[in-house]
Design a protein around this ligand. Structure first.
Ligand code: NAD
Length: 484
């Protein structure tokens, strides 16, 4: 099976923050991959814009290095690398200054798609929007892409939304949550809405509970100072885990159209109950053999910011009444693994008697490390000796099922940038969604701050704090093992 590549139309893409970490690791290599796949027309232009003084040649050298470092296997054909680099130019611009804008205006072509990627700190979003407008660069058809974090609470998210809305309509704004660009995440929608098998069972009558895990093995490292102001709730739950929860829990939209999908996601966020204090477990990793503790890494022995959080969440509507969603995410855990697990209820009655064993179907949707899905089904243990039941996986690893092209699934950023050029907002967050997510998150954070709640220390390389295991144990359930 070969993935189909549909070329996008000609475009000018300006990357503000074009010399930053995200541009080097994701945006530029992503564009290069799409170019190699034949999706980007040769006439397209990519303009780096950042504070550093350099010319187009300097930016090409910078990009060449980035490609060699972050996409080494794709750089074998030097001719292709150079052809891609020829599409690049650069303008030195300070988002808060007035130099460089006229030059940028001169580079933009009025008759092609125009996109501006704000790969800079959110504090600069408003300045960029204002100057793009003031210098007559942005038009009514231009698109802007903004990165996380989109605010740190409801008030700051509203301010960002208001700042952008002064110059751009909602249809022009693409708020990235790169989890939505992952192949499996979109496959979750295909599985739910493209088959008759699952949707009739996708409710509290048949689903016992759902687990969403995003586990990392790394600590905060050099991002300590930034991370300590945020924590796992703001950094991961409010955006990525919330988006996954929405896609699992939402009602079928009437069509796969940006607003139809986002309307349904918004209804899920608004249906979330507040979370009781006993249903929240926060943790901080201790020092281990291979690294310092969280407190040492952030340089504040009194920090109460969490590097781990687990929550039991209820979606208060007819479909999900009584089915809990358990969310957990953290750093320095046993394995790097992200997955969604839908645990169905056991059959109400076993015709085979208690000795045969009984178990539930489990649908696992893996986001990383190897994207794929597994459905655990119960069958008869082969051979003579009566009717004994065992669980076997119906496995669909994309890499295996799709062969070569499965291994070459576009990275989430690649897909999302192409969606921006196509003008498809389905996989981007709408302003009201982001605000609703903060409106749910803020009181939880305010609650543990008011209670002066301290995170529990946990050993690195484990499943996180003891209490997070108890969160499920006391409901007679258990987390899936963390394993890569
Ligand atoms: P970075 O610090 O590595 O780079 C910032 C870039 O912004 C540089 O190119 C710098 O020159 C430019 N810049 C800074 N001040 C400027 C100004 N006044 N005018 C013009 N340009 C200016 O940051 P990064 O890691 O690339 O992150 C960029 C954005 O993406 C941030 O909002 C970050 O939160 C977000 N983000 C980054 C990652 C990541 O993996 N790096 C992941 C998700 C989101």
């Amino acid at each position: 099976m070969v993935a189909r590549v549909i070329p996008v139309e000609d475009f000018d893409l300006v990357i503000f923050g074009g010399t930053g970490d995200l541009a080097r690791r994701k945006i530029l290599p992503g564009l290069f991959h799409r170019y190699l796949a034949g999706q980007i027309p040769r006439e397209a232009r990519i303009v780096g814009a950042a504070r550093s003084e350099m010319d187009a040649e300097g930016y090409r050298a910078f990009t060449r290095e980035a490609l060699q470092e972050f996409a080494p296997n794709s750089c074998k054909d030097g001719g292709q690398v150079e052809a891609f680099l020829a599409m690049l130019s650069y303008v030195a611009i300070d988002a808060r200054g007035d130099g460089g804008w006229t030059e940028l205006a001169g580079l933009m072509r009025p008759d092609v798609v125009q996109a501006f990627y704000f790969s800079v700190a959110p504090a600069l979003f408003g300045d960029l929007a204002e100057r793009l407008h003031g210098h007559g660069i942005a038009t009514e058809a231009s698109r802007i892409v903004v990165e996380k974090p989109f605010g740190r609470d409801l008030e700051s998210a509203r301010q960002l939304n208001r700042g952008l809305a002064e110059y751009f309509t909602e249809e022009q704004i693409y708020r990235i949550d790169h989890y939505l660009g992952k192949e499996t995440v979109q496959n979750l929608m295909a599985v739910r809405f493209g088959n008759v098998l699952f949707e009739p069972l996708w409710n509290a009558q048949f689903v016992d509970h759902i687990q969403v895990t995003v586990a990392e093995t790394v600590g905060v490292g050099g991002r300590g100072e930034y991370y300590d102001k945020s924590g796992a709730m703001r950094d991961m739950v409010q955006n990525h885990l919330m988006q996954l929860l929405c896609l699992i829990a939402m009602e079928p939209p009437s069509k796969f159209d940006p607003d139809a999908v986002r309307d349904e996601k918004l209804k899920v966020i608004r249906a979330l109950d507040p979370v009781a204090p006993e249903d929240i477990v926060r943790g901080q990793y201790r020092a281990g053999e291979d690294g310092p503790s969280y407190l040492e890494e952030v340089g504040d022995p009194r920090s109460t910011t969490e590097s781990f959080i687990a929550l039991k969440v209820h979606v208060a509507n007819w479909r999900w009444n009584g089915t809990p969603f358990y969310l957990r995410t953290g750093k320095r855990l046993r394995a790097r693994m992200s997955e969604i697990v839908v645990v169905f209820k056991e059959p109400p009655h076993s015709i085979f008697g208690d000795d045969a064993g009984r178990s539930a179907n489990i649908l696992t949707i893996r986001l990383q490390p190897d994207e794929g899905m597994t459905l655990q089904v119960t069958i008869k243990e082969p051979g003579p000796g009566g009717m004994r039941l065992i669980d076997v996986p119906l496995d669909m690893s994309f890499a295996e099922a799709l062969g070569e092209s499965g291994n070459q699934m576009p990275d989430a950023y690649e897909r999302l940038i192409m969606d921006v050029v196509r003008g498809n907002q389905t996989l981007f967050m709408r302003g009201d969604e982001v605000e609703a997510a903060w409106a749910w998150t803020d009181p939880l954070i305010a609650g543990w701050e008011a209670r002066r709640d301290k995170p529990q220390a946990y050993h690195p390389g484990t499943n996180g704090p003891e209490d997070s295991l108890m969160l499920l144990h006391r409901d007679g359930r258990r987390w899936r093992d963390l394993e890569a």
